[in-house]
Design a protein around this ligand. Structure first.
Ligand code: IPD
Ligand code: CA
Ligand code: CA
Length: 266
């Protein structure tokens, strides 16, 4: 990829990303728990609702109107070639669709912006049914706001040993040959909880949980989470230890526990 530096006004981009999240919130909340919610099954046998599709279309249209030179990667409507020299937005219109369609409030719209090298430079994670929104931009810190109130800066925990750690994950699917190692590890940490989806990783960024892990994910599941965790002082890699959200799995942590966890799970 072209590595030339592109000057970008991240403050303006972050304000735009918040406007995208506002738009998403109004669409998703309008359909959350709607009796006529339309649910279809995708070719990969996972569900998608009319809200997932309408939200991604609305975000794509807004980006096309206000950032016409940027590229868009989204879960429901695909990805173009990313080998050029353009910034690209990474959109998961609803992370936690299975929660959304059952009326469980743990779902969020994930909006990330990557530079041409693929580094995520800003992220907004908006969870209106939990009344929470997290955001971060490179070099500007990570923040949460509750119920659209004042932003509060967040930071990862300082727990240093896995034996003292609280670990969050989604479920036991997708672990393959690492499943037994992960189950065994649960006997040797302080606490585990299957919070799941974006929520596990945002709790790491807040310092409420010390490490979160998911064995099988796509870029749109992780882009916005990566920058929030890193700007909160944490570390975000895949299960092989490769930094960033491009490695098809995710471990976010306070940094202090990361290598110990990698050693166990490898
Ligand atoms: C899902 C969530 C979940 C993960 C699944 C994803 P979706 O995304 O990120 O945590 O375990 O693999 O598909 O489909 O609800 O956007
Ligand atoms: Ca997702
Ligand atoms: Ca989704």
């Amino acid at each position: 990829m072209n590595t030339s530096s592109h000057s970008r006004d991240l403050v303006a981009d972050l304000a735009f990303a918040h406007r995208l999240a506002d738009l998403a919130d109004s669409l998703t909340m309008d359909r959350y728990q709607a009796l006529d919610l339309v649910i279809e099954t995708k070719p990969d046998a996972t569900p998608v609702t009319d809200a997932d599709k309408a939200t991604e279309v609305a975000i794509r249209n807004a980006i096309a109107a206000e950032r016409p030179d940027d590229v868009i990667v989204g879960e429901e409507f695909g990805s173009p070639d990313l080998s050029g020299d353009k910034y690209f937005w990474v959109i998961d219109p609803i992370d936690g669709t299975k929660n959304f369609l059952r009326g469980v409030p743990t779902w969020a719209t994930l909006i990330g912006l990557a530079n041409p090298d693929g580094e995520i430079v800003l992220g907004v994670v908006s969870s209106p049914a939990l009344f929470r929104r997290w955001h971060a931009a490179l070099g500007h810190g990570a923040f949460v706001s509750l119920n659209r109130g004042a932003e509060k800066r967040i930071h990862v925990s300082s727990v240093k040993a896995l034996g003292d750690a609280s670990i969050a994950y989604s479920d036991l699917e997708g672990w393959g040959d690492k499943r037994e190692a992960f189950i065994e590890l649960q006997n040797h940490v302080w606490r585990t909880r299957g919070m799941g989806d974006f929520w596990s990783h945002m709790l790491v960024a807040e310092g409420a949980v010390d490490l979160a892990v998911e064995p099988s994910l796509a870029l749109w599941d992780m882009a916005a989470l990566d920058i929030v965790v890193r700007e909160a002082g944490g570390t975000f890699t895949n299960i092989a230890g490769v930094a960033g959200p491009h490695g098809a799995s995710a471990i976010s942590s306070n940094g202090l526990l990361h290598q110990e966890f990698l050693n166990v799970i490898k």
